[in-house]
Design a protein around this ligand. Structure first.
Ligand SMILES: Cc1cc2nc3c(=O)[nH]c(=O)nc-3n(C[C@H](O)[C@H](O)[C@H](O)COP(=O)(O)OP(=O)(O)OC[C@H]3O[C@@H](n4cnc5c(N)ncnc54)[C@H](O)[C@@H]3O)c2cc1C
Length: 374
């Protein structure tokens, strides 16, 4: 492969690593720049939709070898604890990001990916080439740059992306626990100002991860007070917290999470995963979307590099079109559901309706998910 055809991927989460593995499978030269070392924990509910399985198997990265839990049921409760149960139409599996990202990192490395541990601080496009600024490795050049650096980065500020100027009032907290929880269940328990997901990961640990608006959080002095005074009002959350033992010294937190609209292509960079758009976590589909967008991007990039797509503008337009066709509706439904779920006055009647007509919930779930990716 000619070296001027090289690809640089910025960010080595699920989207970046999957995209790298796909491009490597077709013999392309890929450099991936990730600011953190592997393995590491990430704030994430760690429930992943089965829609990714055929594609991961095709990439020779079948997560079955990591012994994930098999999740087939969903339970949702209102802030007062009123509950509805449903089967998950496609189902999913529970795997920690500590294990999954590291697995894909090892796969990418074995397949010949150059992985640089560094932070990208600038991306410039000039004369049909990219110049990437890094903190430790100076300037790097590439024909294609793929942005896979997650939901928010100082790079977005540097690129002057629109969403970064807007307020992003969400805060997320995640930790692993030992305790009693069914292997095959993902629970979504609401509380005033947010919602909390619970499911098990590969080693039987329980992932408890919640999203809350920062305004309601900041009046409480710390995470422990907040949980006791706000989350415990939902009896399901009180029970799980009181009967489980935390495995992290401190929970992981991230703030300024934004669900604003983003651009799948910006400054000629093809954006994948959360860098292109973040779906509300209550849908449990962000990881599948990250992996799916990586596939779409890799396929079109290959066509551009082998000359099947004749120009960069066609590549960019095709990617935007495919991205919107696959994900735009899902994001809109996720946004709507999140708005309803946060307002008890709207959510309570919806929950009653779902209890009366139980077949409606699987159909809502289907609309926030895709089909198996092949
Ligand atoms: C609270 C919460 C719960 C969630 N729960 C679920 C769930 O249960 N199921 C689900 O499917 N989805 C869930 N999601 C969504 C899911 O976590 C994301 O959609 C997924 O992580 C996206 O993967 P990614 O590769 O795009 O980004 P990431 O996994 O965030 O990877 C981005 C990578 O880029 C690196 N990076 C950033 N900036 C730079 C830079 N300048 N230079 C170099 N590297 C850089 C970062 O270190 C990181 O490793 C949840 C999200 C939140 C916020």
């Amino acid at each position: 492969m000619k070296s001027e055809n090289n690809v640089i991927i910025v960010g080595g989460g699920l989207a970046g690593l999957t995209c790298a593995i796909h491009l490597l499978k077709f013999g392309f030269k890929v450099t991936l720049i990730e600011k953190n070392t592997y393995p590491h924990h990430k704030v994430c509910g760690e429930y992943i939709s089965n829609e990714v399985l055929p594609y991961l198997k095709w990439l020779d990265a079948d997560p079955a070898q990591l012994n994930p839990t098999t999740i087939t049921r969903l339970s949702i409760s209102s802030a007062t604890g009123k509950t509805i149960n449903s089967s998950l139409p496609l189902g999913g599996f529970g795997i920690s990001r500590f294990t999954l990202d590291n697995f894909l990192f090892e796969k990418a490395t074995q397949n010949g990916c150059t992985i640089i541990t560094d932070s990208v601080n600038a991306i410039e496009f000039k004369n049909d080439r990219f110049q990437i600024g890094t903190t430790k490795n100076g300037l790097l050049n590439a024909r294609i740059v793929i942005g896979a650096y997650g939901k928010r980065s100082s790079l977005d500020q540097k690129l002057e992306r629109g969403f970064i100027q807007k307020k992003s009032p969400w805060l997320a907290v995640k930790a692993h626990f030992k305790g009693d929880f069914p292997d095959d269940l993902v629970a979504l328990h609401n509380f005033k100002g947010g919602y909390c997901g619970i499911s098990k990961v590969e080693n039987g640990d329980i992932n408890i991860c919640y999203l809350t608006d920062y305004q309601s959080f900041k009046t409480h002095k710390n995470i422990s007070n907040f949980q006791k005074q706000v989350l415990y009002k939902n009896p399901h959350l009180k029970e799980i917290f009181e009967n489980s033992v935390p495995l992290f010294d401190q929970p992981l937190t991230i703030s300024q999470i934004s669900f604003e609209k983003k651009e799948p292509v910006f400054n000629h960079v093809l954006m994948i995963g959360d860098t292109a758009g973040l779906i509300h976590p209550l849908c449990g589909n962000g990881m599948a979307m990250a992996i799916h967008s990586a596939k779409i991007c890799a396929e079109l990039t290959i066509q551009f590099l082998d000359g099947t797509i004749s120009s960069r503008s066609i590549l960019e337009n095709n990617y935007k079109k495919e991205w919107n066709r696959n994900f735009k509706k899902r994001l809109a439904i996720g946004k709507l559901l999140s708005a309803i779920i946060r307002k008890e006055k709207l959510f309570a009647p919806l929950l009653n309706l779902l209890i009366k007509f139980p077949y409606v919930l699987p159909s809502i779930i289907k609309n926030t998910h895709g089909k198996p990716i092949i």
